[in-house]
Design a protein around this ligand. Structure first.
Ligand code: ZN
Ligand code: ZN
Length: 445
């Protein structure tokens, strides 16, 4: 029945595309029916939380081994590395993330997750859901592995596939790097990854020449004061007033210092101080998230935060050893695409998959506006590796059109109602990945 419906679908699409499906497309269609759909179904029903993707990693490892790769498990926790050596040539890395989220699935899908798992953070048993589409990424990685293994005669070099843990906590890529990834397995010449995007039309691609994901820094500011009775402010130094001045002055960084066409965000997400009405506290603590899409913007914002906090401390008359302390803790670099490589892939994809395969520029401009972060750049920033991180749309065109017309909103990533149309997303993910890899590794390059 499924084979028949696919056949009908292909026939229905043919006159629109005006193009026969390529042998690669046909092979992906067949593999989807026989292998990838059941695999996706399994992953979707059985999500696991960050750092405890134990069964997920085992299944992914088994799939990649069966596809002919040498697989090493337990890299940086539950991470896996699958290698296929195939003669001289570049080493190309393709990464998929594996973790689900502590969300109770309410998508209404037949294969909705009912999984529960003990959280490694709180110790509580919580519902788990693939609410970000990492099940699509893993299934596509397996699909790409199977196709590239079958097409071994057409490429030369070494293929490295990565199953990465804990992307949702932005710590998995770093953990794999700290487990000496490149020293143990070789450093890739190129790196690729994609994310399925619920805001994009299912099966369509999008790739930016610049930065598809922002860099994020967590900053803590400890504002010291001198405690006193609330009725005698002249006896103290009020850290709440000083911290409030800092919060307001920070607003000028993006508004007045950052060039208007360069994106950046400074958000004070937490402000804690004091215990009682009539006590002037001796400390206030601010917690910030800072977003950027370039190292220059990052430096401007972080330097500015330190300058503003310390100098307002001076203005308040604090001694040099009591100035506000600015602590930079977790940091994720921006994901930076290699522009030349992105343009090259866009060309390959439109040549091989048709002009309509790319999302319209105006659509992307209108809807891709957030400053979310990714931990993929931990693989590609230091040392730098030319890389491309692209998007694959995951929502039926009709649902997006309905939202645009003022109807029901498409559920966002991390929502309990999140639902991705797996077939076009996985097939496009596989085809785009395989075409990009073949372009980098084709024989005689
Ligand atoms: Zn996510
Ligand atoms: Zn995600």
């Amino acid at each position: 029945m499924r084979v028949l419906s696919t056949l009908l679908l292909i026939l229905a699409v043919l006159p629109v595309c005006g193009q026969d499906p390529s042998p690669l497309q046909k092979a992906i269609d067949t593999d989807y029916e026989q292998h990838l759909w059941p695999l996706f179904d399994h992953f979707h029903r059985n999500p696991e939380l960050s750092l405890v993707e134990v069964k997920t990693a085992a299944r992914l490892a088994k799939e990649l081994r069966e596809a002919g790769f040498q697989v090493r498990e337990g890299v940086g926790g539950t991470g896996i590395v699958a290698i296929m050596e195939n003669g001289p040539g570049p080493m190309v890395m393709v990464r998929a993330d594996m973790d689900g989220l502590p969300v109770e699935e309410k998508s209404g899908l037949a294969n909705a997750s009912t999984a529960r798992q003990e959280s490694p953070i709180t110790g509580q048993v919580v519902p788990v859901m693939h609410a970000c589409g990492h099940d699509v990424h893993m299934t596509s990685l397996v699909g790409s592995a199977r196709r590239l293994a079958a097409l071994k005669d057409e490429w030369s070099g070494t293929l490295m596939l990565i199953g990465q843990p804990a992307e949702e906590r932005v710590i998995g890529a770093k953990a794999m790097m700290e487990d000496n990834l490149w020293a143990r397995f070789g450093k890739p010449d190129y790196a690729l990854a994609f994310h399925v995007w619920c805001g994009g039309k299912a099966g369509k691609l999008e790739v930016s020449d610049g930065s598809p994901y922002a860099g994020a820094d967590a900053v803590d500011i400890i504002v010291h004061g001198v405690g006193a009775h609330g009725a005698s402010p002249h006896r103290g130094k009020d850290p709440i007033v000083l911290a409030s001045q800092i919060v307001l002055a920070l607003q000028t960084l993006v508004a007045r210092e950052l060039p208007p066409r360069d994106p950046g965000v400074v958000t004070v997400g937490s402000f804690h101080a004091g215990t009682k009405h009539n006590i002037i506290s001796d400390q206030a603590v601010l917690q910030l998230t800072v977003r950027n899409t370039s190292p220059e913007t990052r430096k401007l914002l972080l330097d500015g935060i330190k300058r503003i906090a310390e100098n307002l401390g001076r203005a308040a008359g604090l001694p040099e050893d009591q100035l506000p302390e600015v602590i930079f803790s977790e940091s994720t670099p921006p994901t930076m695409n290699d522009g030349k490589l992105a343009r090259r892939f866009r060309q390959v994809w439109t040549d091989k998959m048709g002009d309509q395969i790319m999302m319209e520029e105006a659509f992307v401009k209108k809807y891709k506006k957030g400053m979310g972060a990714e931990d993929f750049p931990f693989f590609t920033t230091d040392p730098p590796i030319p890389s491309v991180y692209f998007s694959v749309g995951g929502t039926p065109e009709g649902d997006i059109a309905a939202e645009e017309a003022g109807g029901t909103q498409v559920p966002s990533h991390h929502s309990p109602f999140f639902r991705i149309q797996p077939e076009p997303s996985i097939k496009a993910g596989v085809q785009a990945t395989v075409l990009a890899v073949l372009d980098l590794m084709k024989k005689g390059n």
